[in-house]
Design a protein around this ligand. Sequence first.
Ligand SMILES: CC(=O)N[C@H]1[C@@H](OP(=O)(O)OP(=O)(O)OC[C@H]2O[C@@H](n3ccc(=O)[nH]c3=O)[C@H](O)[C@@H]2O)O[C@H](CO)[C@@H](O)[C@@H]1O
Ligand SMILES: C=C(OP(=O)(O)O)C(=O)O
Length: 428
Amino acid sequence: MQKILVEGGNPLNGQVRISGAKNSAVALLPAAILADSTVTIEGLPRISDVGILGNLLEEIGGTVTWDDQTIHIDPSKMTAMPLPNGKVKKLRASYYFMGAMLGRFKKAVIGLPGGCHLGPRPIDQHIKGFEALGAQVTNEQGAIYLRANELRGARIYLDVVSVGATINIMLAAVKAKGKTIIENAAKEPEIIDVATILTSMGAKIKGAGTDVIRIEGCETLSGCTHTIIPDRIEAGTYTIMAAAQGEEVLIDNVIPQHLESVLAKLREMGISIEEGDEQLLIRPRKNIKSVDIKTLVHPGFPTDLQQPFTSLLTRATGTGVVTDTIYQARFKHIDELRRMNAKIKVEGGSAIVSGPVQLEGAKVKASDLRAGAALIIAGLMADGITEVTGIEHIERGYEHITDKLTSMGAKIWREEMSREEVEQFQNS
Ligand SMILES: CC(=O)N[C@H]1[C@@H](OP(=O)(O)OP(=O)(O)OC[C@H]2O[C@@H](n3ccc(=O)[nH]c3=O)[C@H](O)[C@@H]2O)O[C@H](CO)[C@@H](O)[C@@H]1O
Ligand SMILES: C=C(OP(=O)(O)O)C(=O)O
């Protein structure tokens, strides 16, 4: 088991290239189940979530070959193999096997998903969608059983705007008979990316990226080649890192429009950001001022950048109020930031950050993926050395994070944990 160490205070300079989007990748791989011949996806991030999904595709009979960041998935020999336990529990996005297998085989058995612990993460809207399409859905001992004689298009209104439910319903509906309309759909860029791969396979989808998506079901979908979009959350994380500890940092392979809400907040703090076609140039100021942020569905401020942004606020002058309307309890990083001398109170669903403070290196634990990113940002700014454990969470979403930061001048490295440290970590 490894930990990440950061020696703070070293300025970041130079360039970082953003990887393919995790939250697209984890839906694009299951989408390949729906095709009748090989699907090739280019530009994938080699992160643990993607590796696990590749293994799950093999478990159901897919032939998976990797060529650096390109995957080739031959789905022709896949079966409706039940996946009630095991690797499906290691990540959130295994729930996309429900929609994709229901679409192709009209049946599936998938264990309830894992993923970051951010408070309750129900999947009732996914199930409502599958039922509307004609599936019988039961929960038996922690696994979801889905079965349909046939799938029929339906009009589905989502009570909650959900990325996962929108994509999962799309995956099943492309193989349903007739027309499906998803109302109050999520509008995240990853939804457009999934609609793009499905369209390349032959699906008929209109309106992805708006809150009404119309799908005309097809009998067969064929193989295709698709290039994934860049990861806006990884790009946002490096932009925040540059704002926290950079001199001049170029973020390459980014779609700036995906990050408008975050860039607006950074500019409000006094940080200079130049936007190119696929690049952002960040030149922070020494003195930055606090802002309030409230997370919202896209195109609002993304919940996945709330935790990294909180670390940045510790170096800003004034009081910043952070409110997460998507996951009201996404504040597990706050106790760890306090160990590093941050002045943050959690009150009534908001974190109130007072600054500026000089953070101090400490031994801290990442409770989830973006908490891990928040602690690395804090470590970059802190006096002395910060040790971050729980890095398996970070590896779910950040490709080569230590190498990328090292190339920009950060002192950051991995070390094996001693037996005592592993025991302490497991008991904490
Ligand atoms: C793999 C992936 O893409 N993960 C992202 C996805 O998660 P995920 O798809 O799980 O998140 P959702 O968009 O579904 O969740 C949004 C909100 O809706 C609620 N909800 C969701 C589904 C449901 O059936 N019922 C329900 O009540 C959730 O508890 C949450 O409060 O979107 C989140 C919100 O942008 C991001 O933080 C995650 O990084
Ligand atoms: C919450 C996240 O991921 P997941 O939904 O995969 O747990 C995230 O990417 O911040």
